[in-house]
Design a binder for this molecule. Structure first.
Ligand code: AMP
Ligand code: MG
Length: 433
């Protein structure tokens, strides 16, 4: 990672090539064992760093599957006839499989989840017996019970669910509520997950004021840092947002230093990456200064993407830095196509095939030459996913174009007209549904 000399202007690059370049900048974060209760109460979207296998047997003992009476089948007439047995014990969920009811001659009153006595081989549900129903909270008063053999034994057998060593999930899987619960049942105290990525989000632009603040003439609210921070969170990572940075190279360098000090695994900036006179990101990337070792791996790209052509990558003090264009729709499209896969790579999550196929509801034209990312709404149709443009207005500056979109349709560069019913690749957005 030698300091980079002034880079040559970038040649045009495909969306796939740029996504791969961004991914190559990051490596999976270290693994940590996180207790199940923290996983259940913490932020969702943690990713397994290793395979998970059961430690214990589930169920751990033969347990009653119904409230009723535990019996020995040999004591019941095989022909469906009834028998009256003395009630010789009472077992509740939580009772140990110990002495009570052991080797007894008769029927043991038993509640769902209680251990079935070793001598018993079936539970007859109470509603199929002369008792009819149990009184909640009431003691055992019945001395005897009349019952018959049932088609099912109503016993949950030890190990019929999970056995020690059974695979429960593999590295790269997202931790789900079901996994946390099954891991608990299977005797695991914690799961190995990758550290949650921490993403610093910086807006650049001297025109920006904090959202909600007073925007004097010529100034606008900083919406991009909110957009990107929320998208970072929806992608399962932690967002660290700082105030907007003015178009001043030293201010940007100081903000990048602060992001690194804050422990960022990835820095995402918006704005200042195109060819304007005040484009501060480009200024910093193009003139690192011969003795500034903070900046390495500079990669300025013109990507065949609409909206979102100017893009850049680098490392700042070794930390990956992805620079997105400033127009809000461009920023969001580039976040979805380039930053989201990088967050996945940091988190150890495999998302190689996130796109799905859908069919255009209505036709629309698409400018040629670059892959066109179109905010769309999707719905389940009779023949698969139906795709409808979220707005007919186009322009990287039209923030409202994103409202109502739950996916981006990716129209190839050589397609100029999408006809109704045409197949489209669609990239679902996080956190929308
Ligand atoms: P830039 O890429 O910096 O030239 O910005 C392109 C356009 O996006 C300009 O009109 C900016 O005012 C606008 N823009 C840049 N950053 C933001 C932001 N953080 N929030 C809202 N609009 C922005
Ligand atoms: Mg700007």
């Amino acid at each position: 990672m030698a300091p980079t000399a002034r880079p040559t202007p970038a040649a045009s690059r495909s969306v796939d090539a740029h996504r791969d370049a961004v991914r190559a900048l990051v490596a999976p974060l270290p693994a940590e064992d996180v207790p199940l209760d923290e996983l259940a109460a913490g932020e969702p979207g943690r990713v397994l760093a290793g395979d998970v296998r059961a430690a214990a047997t589930v169920p751990p003992f033969d347990a009653a599957a119904m409230d009723g009476y535990a019996v020995r089948l040999a004591d019941l007439p095989p022909d469906g006839g009834e028998v009256t047995l003395p009630v010789v014990g009472d077992r509740r969920a939580g009772d140990s499989p110990g002495r009570r009811g052991r080797n007894a001659d008769g029927a043991v009153r038993i509640m769902t989840g209680a251990p079935v006595p070793a001598w018993a081989d079936a539970v007859v549900p109470v509603e199929r017996t002369s008792t009819g129903r149990f009184v909640a909270g009431g003691p055992a008063t019945e001395r005897e019970v009349t019952l018959a053999r049932q088609p099912r034994d109503h016993v949950r057998r030890a190990g019929e669910d999970v056995r020690p060593g059974d695979p429960l999930a593999v590295a790269g899987d997202v931790v789900t509520p079901a996994l946390v619960s099954v891991a608990a049942s299977a005797g695991l105290p914690a799961l190995p997950v990758r550290r949650r990525p921490r993403v610093a989000v910086l807006s650049t632009g001297s025109e920006l004021v904090a959202a909600g603040g007073v925007a004097h003439a010529g100034r606008i609210p900083d919406s991009n840092s909110l957009l990107v921070a929320a998208a970072v969170r929806a992608a399962g990572a932690e967002a660290v947002r700082t105030g907007a940075v003015p178009d001043d190279a030293d201010a940007l360098r100081a903000a990048l230093d602060a992001a690194v000090r804050a422990g960022a695994d990835l820095v995402v900036t918006t704005g200042g990456v195109s060819a304007g006179a005040s484009d501060v990101v480009r200024a910093v990337l193009e003139s690192p200064g011969p003795d500034d070792p903070r900046l390495t791996d500079v990669d300025l790209a013109a990507v065949d993407l609409r909206p979102g052509r100017p893009q850049a990558l680098a490392r700042w003090r070794g930390v990956p830095w992805v620079a997105l264009p400033g127009n809000p729709v461009s920023a969001f499209v580039s976040f979805t196509l380039f930053v989201r896969p990088a967050i996945d790579a940091l988190a150890g999550r495999d998302t190689t095939s996130r796109t799905v196929r859908g069919r255009a509801l209505a036709g629309f034209s698409s400018p040629p030459g670059r892959l066109h990312a179109v905010p769309v709404r999707t719905a389940a149709g009779a023949d698969g996913l139906v795709v409808e443009r979220a707005t007919s207005r186009t322009g990287g500056h039209l923030t409202s174009a994103l409202l109502g979109a739950d996916a981006l349709a990716l129209v190839p560069a050589d397609v100029t007209k999408v006809e109704p019913g045409d197949a489209l690749d669609v990239l679902p957005l996080d956190g929308v549904r």
